[in-house]
Design a protein around this ligand. Sequence first.
Ligand SMILES: Nc1ncnc2c1ncn2[C@@H]1O[C@H](COP(=O)(O)OP(=O)(O)OP(=O)(O)O)[C@@H](O)[C@H]1O
Ligand SMILES: [Mg+2]
Length: 402
Amino acid sequence: MQPFTIKYRPKTTKDVLGQDESIKKLKNFVVDYESQKKKAALLYGPTGTGKTIVAHAIAHDLDLEIIEVNASDVRNADQINSLLGSAINQMSLFAKGKLILVDEIDGLSGMKDRGGLLAVIKLLEKSSFPIILTVANPWNQKFSKLKNKAEMIEFSPVDHSEIFKVLKNICEKEKIKYDMDVLKGLSRRTGGDVRSAINDLETLSIEAKELTKESLEETGERNKLDSMINALLKIFKTTDPKISIRAFDNVEEKLDQQFLWLDENLPKEYTNPSDLASAYEKLSKADVFNRRIRRWQHYRFLIYINALITAGISVSKEKKYSKFVQYKPTGRILKLWWAKQKSMKKKAIAEKLALHTHTSKKDALKNTLPYLQVAFKKNKTFQDNLTNELDLSKEEVEWLKK
Ligand SMILES: Nc1ncnc2c1ncn2[C@@H]1O[C@H](COP(=O)(O)OP(=O)(O)OP(=O)(O)O)[C@@H](O)[C@H]1O
Ligand SMILES: [Mg+2]
């Protein structure tokens, strides 16, 4: 079974949504390659916006043979030369034109041999075929030389209305029943990343071919939990500071929460006392710095705190622990979360009430709701009537009964 992102990957540029401008630019560049001053096109923009699929779709539309190298699989300059050196000169195997794709050049800079990027630049100067490069973030200094030599083509986050169309199409083909609002919610919340939206849809529809509001809320929480647990894995299970230092890059939770998660789970992972002592020293130092930085408002020092709680903690152990540990949020976090959920329910009920009684939400919250709650608990008929009248959800009814 193929994942949805592969099964529904657009084959032609017509099926790529929300990137018309960039596609037009790139097509012109490829078609008119002979007269271009620049030898390569650099597609840049956030993950999951269609950079890789557009390169393939253009090759398909223009009937070109595509030669693809993923830069993160390449280890040094020699390897790049041997993979691409011959491709840039030879005629195509099938006597078609050729298109060369060097995907994810961010990966090149991480190589021990720093020559990778230079090798690519040299190759593109000699190439007789269009070269397409992709990168998520081109603003790093190390790409400045390349940027002068390449036509820059931006891929913006995809508009949620376009993502909605992609998801709707998949639902129809897969016979997944959906609630309009849920599908809209899914389309909005990945911030323009189509891949994540499709993946969310697939996760949600594994158990039942139906998308409900409840399941949407659940995955929201689950995704957050997932990314935090991945972050902890990176810190705890590696001794390489280069890996661990980026652990919290994609985590939504703020620094305070990161502290709590580390504090809670450190002793479960670092069972050797001297490892534990050394790790806690980093954590407490970071905590002291954190308070000082906030007091003096020297926010640019916050990166040192990140370094301490990620790389600092990961190098605090003698060697990696191979045991499996289930990381958990602290009791404190859970309590805060529950409290917030509860007050959200209360607010939602008050909103419905305000609408029906033509009062303000504040008024409903303060004056009517406390009284209603008592009546609700005591009187079954009242319970049923109000539930119908306000169209209360199961959770809201539960809340009122408490
Ligand atoms: N604009 C789009 N229209 C339709 N589907 C899209 C679009 N962008 C992405 N997708 C879907 O998301 C998947 C990932 O897209 P793609 O690999 O092109 O992203 P990318 O921009 O190269 O991301 P990364 O930077 O992570 O490599 C595709 O297989 C496709 O299913
Ligand atoms: Mg890509």
